[in-house]
Design a binder for this molecule. Structure first.
Ligand code: NAD
Ligand code: ZN
Length: 341
């Protein structure tokens, strides 16, 4: 996979390395108010409503027609698509760049923590087909990724809390150094603290992607840590993605502990609360609200051939692994948790 250039900036006005006359900026309309003059500096721009419907393949032809019109006058060779928004805008724009005229240049300006830490990196682009998420896509890494403090800090405070899910995930996947620096942050984590840890968090993702760029070896799959139960909670209780993932991580930790897999138990226990994860009690309260978990888990898109869940366990920070696990085992453990909770 081609590697992306990471460019850290304080303000949007510092972004000067692109020739904007050959760029087409695809941006989230939500950013229009806060970044008026920055947006005006891009002669070709296309505002979109973010979210899953932007990624819906059925709207794709209309988008392409607008993009075609906007791109008129720039040679295909020079055309550069720049995505300015969260993960949905990034997945969409990346897909556009990868197929438009058989591929044009791409840069990302992530505007959410999720995009800055996770989705802007690693080259996965995606569209949805009806209710099925990310079923159409390409591997197409951005040439440049601009991480702009002013943009990321423009998110509302609740978003910092939502970010903790992916932040703690990356720390547990990558282990000691990142984990330790995250332990020194406040609770809940503040935007400045996420910003300060951003280079390490991003490096964490690249370490995993580099070992398995096209997801053929179950290594890249590790990035789904905490997402099995996280997705169920997100869907059923309408929790924000990152919040749901934080619960999913707590579940994976407790499950790993129950199985005797989690070895550095004491150390981890002493540090978990500081690491912004929900407590066991909070997890139990959420699980109690779930109905038909069994059928929901059976819909997991990442079921193995023999219909088991590819569950991600943690042995200690920095040592996570995937193992096929039956749905009944997970359900049984949820029942045990509710008895203790
Ligand atoms: N490609 C990948 O590797 C990858 C990885 C993880 C997730 N994803 C995808 O990312 C998407 C989720 O990402 P997301 O949460 O960033 O989604 P999003 O783009 O839907 O943004 C979330 C919300 O934040 C708003 N927003 C964006 N920037 C803002 C700002 N600076 N201030 C205020 N509001 C702002 C958006 O308008 C939207 O309402 C999903 O579609 C998911 O499938 C992709
Ligand atoms: Zn996630």
């Amino acid at each position: 996979l081609k590697s992306s250039k990471l460019i850290y900036l304080n303000k949007t006005s510092e972004l000067r390395s692109l020739d904007k006359s050959s760029c087409l900026l695809i941006y989230d309309l939500v950013l229009e108010k806060k970044f008026k003059s920055f947006l005006k500096s891009w002669p070709r721009r296309y505002g979109v409503e973010s979210g899953e419907s932007l990624k819906d393949v059925k709207h794709f032809p209309q988008h392409i027609i607008k993009i075609l019109t906007l791109a008129e006058g720039v040679s295909t060779k020079n055309l550069h698509i720049v995505s300015f928004g969260g993960g949905s805008v990034g997945d969409f724009s990346g897909f556009v760049a990868s197929v438009f005229k058989r591929g044009v240049e791409l840069s990302n300006i992530p505007s959410t923590w999720l995009a800055a830490v996770d989705s802007a990196h690693g080259g996965k682009t995606a569209l949805n087909v009806g209710p099925y998420k990310n079923q159409i896509g390409t591997f197409y890494p951005a040439q440049n990724i601009f991480l702009i403090k002013e943009v990321l800090l423009s998110q509302p405070k609740e978003r910092d809390l939502e970010a903790r899910g992916e932040v703690v995930k990356m720390a547990l996947l990558n282990g000691q150094s990142l984990y330790k620096s995250l332990n020194r942050v406040s609770q809940p984590i503040s935007s400045n603290e996420i910003w300060q840890n951003l280079p390490k968090l991003i490096a964490g993702k690249y370490t995993i992607v580099a070992q398995d760029p096209y997801e053929t070896k179950n290594i890249r799959y590790l990035l789904n840590f905490g997402h099995t139960i996280g997705h169920v909670l997100e869907l059923q209780l309408g929790l924000a993605h990152g919040v749901a993932v934080a619960y999913g991580l707590r579940f994976a930790i407790e499950f790993s502990r129950d199985k005797g897999i989690l070895t550095e138990l004491k150390w981890l226990e002493e540090n978990l609360v500081d690491c912004n994860l929900p407590t066991l009690k909070e997890l139990v309260l959420k699980l109690k609200k779930l109905k038909n978990i069994e059928s929901l888990l059976a819909q997991d898109k990442k079921l193995s051939q023999n219909k088991k869940i590819n569950f991600i366990y943690v042995k200690k920070p920095g040592r996570c692994f995937v193992k096929e696990t039956s749905i009944s085992e997970l359900i049984h453990f949820m029942k045990v948790l509710k008895i203790y909770g």
